[in-house]
Design a protein around this ligand. Structure first.
Ligand SMILES: Cc1ncc(COP(=O)(O)O)c(C=O)c1O
Length: 446
């Protein structure tokens, strides 16, 4: 997300010398030094104040000034900087109780970890033990994390980039198609029938089907309204569990606490991270229905981490939930999301390269195209990891030069601001994107 810099700061140079950067060839690792933050903006060492319309990695949903969370971190670290997960603290119990309140239905008990990928790994073990079955089915256009099983469950090009004899997929993973009407030859209904058929053909060996209710980094895909309820039915007809990965969509992003709520679906397991603490502390959770939790009353839960239920992280999580509640952020995401949506529709009308707007609430995206009639993408999915500069990245860079940060991925500009933004911030961001889309318009065919 960096501008061309005249030269590296001392911190950037030292960082580059001694750090291995994420998801890139190290030649391309060029981190920007952030020296300050204010409400919805971050400030670079160059003195640029950038409006963050991505919430970093779709995670700083509270913006940067959630004082209650900052205070909870300072107080809890003074009181109990750490205790091992076999001990109890008021922080963990309080947070777990709040999660049981805000998640759908009878989801009740949470296993805590520190990242979204770990939340999914825990879900796989739990589902396998509970069902006595081995396989996990997930979809191609998905990202579930970087560790072995979660990456194997992902369809993201980051998986295929490492799938080889050096780093093979873990066994027991089955891939299914996605509800992606814009860019796939299968329509969403057909994709559901396909999943039904696959579950039958797998002969009762699938423990769980894992989906992002609204796909995030693989293109902000919004399914038809009846998709998730029908998927839940199909999955349960085959005696499998439904795991909803709400690492990105949880904690109000779509205008509901969880995207599953949009469709009145009660998943058997929800995985969460990112917005759980507004990302003020690394914390993730795998919440399960009470009947699944009870399976482990007499069966070993063969899983754990040193940092599971870390008191400081749990204190941050509790304070984050109080902040979402007291500031009405979930409701705001729905209301301001409607305004953002209509402004983005305006961009799609004005810019021929803006192919389709998708999303709900403050989980929005615009997919770019070379040719709106034939829906030709600018780049292939694999270009996410090829090291090539893509048109969507150039659009993101121009918006950044205009003072607004958007995450860009595989032909899609992801538009996911903190939940407290108002119309003024939306107007500023849309104007920056309006200008940046001139770039992709200029790169179209003919
Ligand atoms: C839907 C989804 N699941 C899982 C993950 C992995 O989370 P983490 O990076 O915290 O391991 C991500 C990360 O972006 C995600 O978007």
């Amino acid at each position: 997300m960096s501008k061309q810099k005249p030269q590296r700061t001392e911190a950037e140079a030292r960082d580059k010398r001694h750090t291995l950067g994420t998801w890139c060839r190290q030649r391309d690792f060029d981190p920007t030094e952030i020296v300050d933050t204010e409400e919805f903006r971050f400030v670079t060492a160059e003195g640029d104040s950038i409006l963050d319309f991505s919430s970093q990695l779709v995670c700083t949903s509270l913006g940067y000034d959630a004082q209650r969370v900052k205070d909870a971190v300072s107080e809890s670290i003074q009181e109990i900087p750490y205790t091992q997960p076999g001990n109890s603290t008021r922080y963990r119990g309080e947070l777990a109780e709040k999660l049981a309140e805000i998640t759908p239905g009878t989801l009740n008990r949470t296993f805590f970890s520190t990242s979204g990928t770990e939340a999914n790994e825990a879900a796989f073990k739990i589902a396998r033990s509970y069902t006595g079955k081995e396989k996990i089915m997930s979809r191609y256009r998905s990202y579930h994390g970087a560790t072995a099983a979660s990456l194997s469950a992902s369809g993201d090009p980051r998986r295929t980039a490492v799938s080889s004899s050096v780093q093979p997929d873990v066994p027991g993973m089955v891939k299914a198609p996605d509800p992606y009407a814009y860019g796939s030859s299968l329509d969403p209904d057909e994709s559901l029938e396909y999943i039904d058929e696959q579950l039958m053909l797998e002969g009762g060996t699938v423990a769980a089907v894992l989906v992002e209710p609204l796909v995030g980094s693989n293109g902000v895909l919004t399914p038809p309204d009846d998709y998730l309820p029908r998927l839940a039915e199909i999955v349960h007809d085959h005696d499998a569990l439904l795991i909803c990965d709400e690492v990105m969509t949880g904690f109000g992003r779509t205008g509901e606490w969880f995207a599953s709520d949009l469709y009145d679906v009660e998943p058997d397991i929800i995985t969460m991270a990112k917005g759980l603490t507004g990302s003020y502390q690394p914390l993730a959770g795998t919440i399960v229905k009470e009947e699944i939790a009870e399976h482990f009353d007499d069966t070993l839960l063969n899983h754990g981490h040193t940092f599971s239920g870390h008191p400081v992280a749990c204190a941050a999580g509790s304070a984050a939930i109080e902040t979402y509640r007291e500031e009405g952020l979930v409701e705001n995401a729905g209301e301001i999301g409607a305004y953002l949506r209509s402004e983005l529709e305006g961009l799609v009308e004005r810019h021929p390269s803006a192919g389709e707007r998708r999303g709900i609430g403050l989980h929005q995206g615009i997919e770019l195209t070379r040719d709106p009639d034939k829906r030709v993408p600018f780049e292939e999915r694999i270009d996410k990891v090829s090291g090539r500069t893509t048109v969507v990245d150039e659009v993101g860079a121009r918006a950044y030069d205009n003072g607004v940060y958007f995450y860009t991925s595989m032909n899609t500009v992801v538009i996911t601001p903190p939940l407290g933004v108002g119309e003024a911030e939306v107007d500023e961001a849309v104007s920056a994107l309006d200008d940046a889309l001139e770039h992709s318009d200029g790169k179209m065919l003919g």
